[in-house]
Design a protein around this ligand. Structure first.
Ligand SMILES: Nc1nc2c(ncn2[C@@H]2O[C@H](COP(=O)(O)OP(=O)(O)OP(=O)(O)O)[C@@H](O)[C@H]2O)c(=O)[nH]1
Ligand SMILES: [Mg+2]
Length: 262
C-alpha cells in the first residue's frame, strides 16, 4: 500500500499539470496523486486521464462542473479514505507549491503531528514573485483570521498541507460549506478545536508562471464574511451563561521552524 496520496485540484491547469506531477514523482517516487478536475474547459481532465493511463501512481476524479476548491478537496479526501490511504496531502497544480518541500512536511507528520501546514509566514517561509497587493491581501487575511478566530497559526489560508487520515475521519467535512480558500481556514480551525496537533513548517510559495489564478473578489468576500461571522459567534457563545470559556490553544516554537498547537 502506498502511504501518501497527494490531492491536486485542477481547473484549467493544462500547462501546469504534467510538470508538477513529474516534480512530485521525482521528489516522492512512491506517492500517488489524485487529480480532482472540475470539468476544465481547457482539457485538463482529458490530460489527467492520459497521464493516469500511463502511470499507475496517477488517479483522476472528474466532476461535472466547477464547484470550488473546498468541495473538490472534500471529494478527494473521501476518495482517498475509501481506498485506505493513511496520509493525505493538499497541493496546488499551478507550481506555487514546491513538491520538493513535501518531504519536510511529511517528516513533521512522522514527528507526531496530525496536521502539517506549509507556512509562508513562519521564520524561513517565503513568498516569491507576488505583486505587493497579493501579499498584502494574504497577510491581512491571516492577521484577521488569527485575531477573529483566536487561531494561533501564522498561515491558516495556505493550501500546501499534509494530514493523517485518522484526523480527516474525525472532522465533520459534511458540514464544511466553504468553497474558496476559506475552506483551508475552516478545516484548520476545526482541527485545532478537535485537539489535533497542528504544526507549521516553512515553505516557499512561488507565483504561478503559467495559466490564470482562480482567485476572485467573491472568494475573498466569502473568507472575510465567514471568518468574521465565526469569530463573532465564538465570542458571543463565550458570554452565554454556563459556557465554560474555550481554552485558547498555546503556541509552541520548534527551533524557529514550526509552531504547534495542542
Ligand atoms: N477542482 C477544482 N480546482 C480548483 C478550483 N478552483 C481552483 N482550483 C485549483 O486549485 C488550485 C489553487 O487555485 P489558484 O487558481 O492557484 O488559486 P489560488 O492559489 O487561490 O490563487 P493564486 O494564488 O492567485 O494562484 C489550483 O490548482 C487550481 O487549478 C475549482 O473550482 N475546482
Ligand atoms: Mg495558485
Amino acid at each position: 500500500m502506498n502511504r501518501v496520496l497527494v490531492v491536486v485540484p485542477t481547473y484549467d491547469e493544462r500547462d501546469n499539470l504534467e510538470p508538477v506531477l513529474a516534480r512530485l514523482h521525482a521528489a516522492l517516487p512512491d506517492a500517488h496523486a489524485l487529480v480532482v478536475d472540475d470539468a476544465s474547459p481547457d482539457g485538463t481532465g482529458e490530460l489527467a486521464e492520459r497521464l493516469a493511463a500511463a502511470d499507475p501512481r496517477v488517479h483522476v476524479l472528474r466532476r461535472p462542473a466547477k464547484q470550488g476548491l473546498g468541495p473538490a478537496y472534500v471529494a478527494g479526501f473521501r476518495w482517498a479514505r475509501a481506498r485506505g490511504y493513511p496520509v493525505l496531502v493538499e497541493m496546488d497544480a499551478d507550481g506555487s507549491h514546491h513538491p520538493e518541500q513535501l518531504p519536510a512536511l511529511l517528516a513533521a507528520l512522522d514527528g507526531g503531528a496530525d496536521l502539517v501546514l506549509g507556512s509562508r509566514y513562519v521564520p524561513g517561509g517565503r513568498v516569491e514573485d507576488w505583486p505587493a497587493h497579493r501579499l498584502l491581501l494574504s497577510r491581512a487575511g491571516n492577521v484577521w483570521t488569527r485575531w477573529s478566530l483566536r487561531l494561533p497559526l501564522a498561515d491558516a489560508t495556505g493550501g500546501f498541507r499534509a494530514v493523517r487520515g485518522e484526523l480527516v475521519d474525525r472532522l465533520p467535512f459534511d458540514e464544511v460549506a466553504s468553497q474558496g480558500y476559506c475552506f483551508q481556514v475552516d478545516w484548520a480551525w476545526r482541527a485545532v478545536r478537535a485537539g489535533a496537533r497542528v504544526v507549521e513548517v516553512p515553505i516557499t510559495f512561488t507565483e504561478r508562471a503559467r495559466g490564470r489564478s482562480k482567485m476572485t473578489p467573491s472568494i475573498v468576500g466569502e473568507a472575510l464574511v465567514r471568518v468574521t461571522a465565526w469569530g463573532l459567534q465564538d465570542r458571543l457563545a463565550d458570554r452565554l451563561p454556563g459556557r465554560v470559556r474555550r481554552p485558547v490553544p498555546g503556541r509552541v516554537r520548534d527551533g524557529g521552524r514550526s509552531s504547534a498547537v495542542r
